[in-house]
Design a binder for this molecule. Structure first.
Ligand code: ADQ
Length: 459
């Protein structure tokens, strides 16, 4: 059995619950065959101090190998190119991209550094699985050093349509780098269509059928592998002390009210201002919800050193203050806005106590919160998922109430419908959604990607 090597920007100890579903799923795959997880250490060394230091530690039968980054490299690679260019562009936000010409060099440098540090750790029969937009050119760097092993890539974000991608200076280089992989995985069929159209129209690739493309004297194989969650693991977490306590406390506190919940990283892609506006419209147009409907919005701090993230935070605080000021009363506040990460063990309890979940990103690769909310519901009396049609998850979760988050009125109507939905309809929809997330859970995702990678024939 080949050894699995996972490469991602951040590395987590797979034995820790706090690491979340993806880390656990990858950790399982790594430990079943013994594995190596490689990435950034999380340490940025000061200017003048030595960077590129490799740290190796054991976590069970998994080896964690991480590299320190220098201050300037980190700024250009992580804050600059990855989160200032690729993240906004892949989420269709050219207006938020900062195409500073210095960023791309830092991005290349760090990918090259990672390749140099990883190469000596590799064994001939390793299978390498690279994750996410931080590391697109990694395989090309490894190949340039003579790496012959199978290498797969999975993009956790969406992929924008060809003309949006074409706005990235140097997009030809970036997208050509995908051809160094044996397999490229995307979240959804929509992303797959964008990749196919980009390759044909911008890279002059020939479509060879079954997700294969020929260009630059190489073949690229790509397919959609929608990521799932560890459904049973999440249900189990919901039975724990912290989750049951959280659910009981909220149920008691809101016994005479209807709870709505949103749990996100504070990111402009998640559509939080639009969500608050839709909630405001709900209170205006359906006044029976006043003194009753309460939205708990948890927004975890994220990438706060990138400018656009400070702006969204200020906008949300303003909106929340105005809604609470206009509609709140001595005994009721419409929105509880919490700028914090909730302990993972409490998240299922928060979901279970909420009648409606608002998962309304403007664009999202998949969105695992939507799937976690479904897993956390009591099948006998389940809540309702209001889901943006622009989340990758909408391709699978067709029994959710799908909304266009830009349409404030229609989203408010969908929330009203969710709050009034009769029990039999809630059960029917939830049953189908649960079946779907079980069928395509994180184990299915991982096995399907890895077996496609090992089957593929030479790239
Ligand atoms: P994210 O953009 O981080 O992931 P998402 O898929 O929703 O988005 O996953 C977030 C995870 O963090 C969930 O497990 C959620 O419970 C947890 N979380 C988020 N906010 C939290 C908070 N405030 N407190 C506690 N926990 C919180 C990227 C892509 C997604 C894609 C995933 C996986 O942007 O589109 O689905 O990777 O591929």
């Amino acid at each position: 059995m080949s050894r699995l090597v996972v490469v991602s920007n951040r590395v987590a100890d797979p034995r820790r619950v706090a690491a979340g579903g993806l880390a656990v799923a990858l950790g399982e795959a790594l430990s079943s065959s013994g594995g190596l997880w490689f990435g950034w250490s999380g340490t940025v060394v000061e200017r003048g101090a030595p960077d590129g230091q490799l740290h190796v530690q054991r976590a069970g039968n998994v080896t964690l190998a991480t590299v320190d980054l220098g201050h300037d490299d980190h700024a250009a690679y992580y804050r600059g190119y990855a989160n200032g260019v690729l993240w906004p562009v892949f989420h269709y936000r050219l207006d938020l991209a900062n195409f500073d010409p210095g960023y791309i060099d830092g991005y290349r440098r760090v990918n090259r550094l990672f390749a140099h540090k990883l190469m000596p750790l590799l064994r001939p029969d390793d299978v390498i699985w690279v994750h996410d937009y931080h590391l697109i050119p990694l395989a090309a760097e490894l190949r340039a050093m003579g790496c012959q092993q199978r290498i797969g890539f999975f993009l956790h974000t969406p992929l924008a349509p060809p003309l949006i991608l074409a706005a990235i200076p140097g997009h030809e280089w970036l997208m050509r780098a995908l051809f160094a992989y044996d397999l490229v995985g995307l979240q959804s069929q929509a992303d797959m269509n964008h990749l196919a159209r980009y390759l044909v129209t911008e890279a002059g690739a020939e479509q060879l059928g079954e997700g294969r493309f020929g260009a630059f004297n190489r073949q690229l194989r790509a397919a959609a592998f929608p990521i799932g969650i560890d459904v049973d693991g999440f249900i189990e977490l919901g039975r724990g002390k912290e989750a049951t306590e959280t659910r009981a406390n909220l149920r008691e506190q809101y016994a005479r009210r209807q709870l709505l919940v949103g749990v996100d990283r504070l990111d402009y892609s998640k559509g939080l201002p639009q969500r608050f506006r839709a909630f405001r419209t709900l209170l205006e147009r359906y006044p029976e919800n006043r003194h009753s409907a309460t939205l708990i919005q948890v927004a975890a701090p994220s990438r706060e050193d990138v400018d656009a993230y400070g702006d969204i935070r200020r906008e949300l605080e303003g909106l929340c203050g105005a809604i609470n000021g206009d509609f709140g009363d001595l005994d009721w506040m419409p929105i509880r806005y919490i700028h914090r990460t909730v302990a993972r063990k409490r998240v299922p309890g928060l979901f279970a106590a909420s009648r409606v979940a608002l998962v309304t990103p403007l664009r999202d690769g998949m969105n695992l919160v939507a799937k976690e909310y479904i897993a956390a519901q009591d099948p006998a009396d389940p809540g309702v998922l209001v889901l943006s049609r622009f989340a990758g998850a909408a391709e699978q979760l067709t029994e959710a109430l799908l909304v266009n988050p830009y349409d404030t009125q229609a989203t408010a109507e969908a929330i009203e419908r969710a709050l009034r939905m009769p029990l039999d309809e809630r059960r029917l929809r939830h049953g189908r959604l649960l079946e779907e997330i079980r069928r395509h859970d994180v184990h299915w995702w991982r096995e399907r990607f890895l077996s496609a990678l090992s089957e593929g024939g030479p790239g």
